[in-house]
Design a protein. Sequence first.
Length: 295
Amino acid sequence: MARFPHDEARMREKVAAGEVVDEIGRPLGPDAPYVAGTLVYLYRDAAPEPRVPFEIDVLHHDDDLLVIDKPHFLASTPRGAYVVESAVVRLRRDLGLPEISPAHRLDRITAGVLVLTTRREVRGAYQQLFASRTIRKTYEAVAPVDPALDLPCTVRSRIVKEHGTLVAQEVPGEPNAESRVTLVDTVARDGGEMLGRYVLEPHTGKTHQLRLHMASLGLPIVNDNFYPEFYDVAPDDYSAPLQLLARSIEFTDPLSGAPRSFTSRRSLEVWAEASEPSEASVPSVTSVASEVSTG
């Protein structure tokens, strides 16, 4: 009460509700004695968060794993301004599984396959699997096309992201990041601009690695507001999702030894829109019938 005099009423409510706990999670009542050197945890009320208007698609769920198809704009873990509106908190509440935890990272503005563990007993085994790079991750991206580039290619560089900064940088030194970039398809956008659909295979897992490597090739991913130049986007502006998708993940299960493979069912909307045939290019029913009948 001395430390939070203006919140006394809410503090008393939290104590009564068992929300003030010791270091192993035991609730402390109003008469609990002070013990020197111990830790007491008080969790502040989260600020109201507007709902991110996109839903999570569950790809797989068993006793150990929960694999989801995360939408763009939904944070993976509670952090900063996104606590309630994160995949982990939504899933813990919706499924009644308080120990759900991600096995790897996926940026808020990147969509696709995210692997989570459901029990703390197995968390370390799966997290180590990702940390040791014994998994295969494949991403899909939409970006401009440069006919002068010799693709596929492997990009290697040294990436550094300093604490407190928004963007990562490529700096001189021993490479610590490697990505394989393959152009698999092209399409002409309205106005004649060529867009490419790329398969990206990261062999390391540095922050913003794929986005930075694509920008370094002169192929910035469509709707990337960080690279090559940062520009601000309002948190509730969902009009231009980053055209980057974690398409698939493959690995050998560390507990069962069985092969695991999970694939996103999502698509990148800019590519889908650019690939749609115009009315002029769609033959009529009559013309199709004529073509068939004439052989």
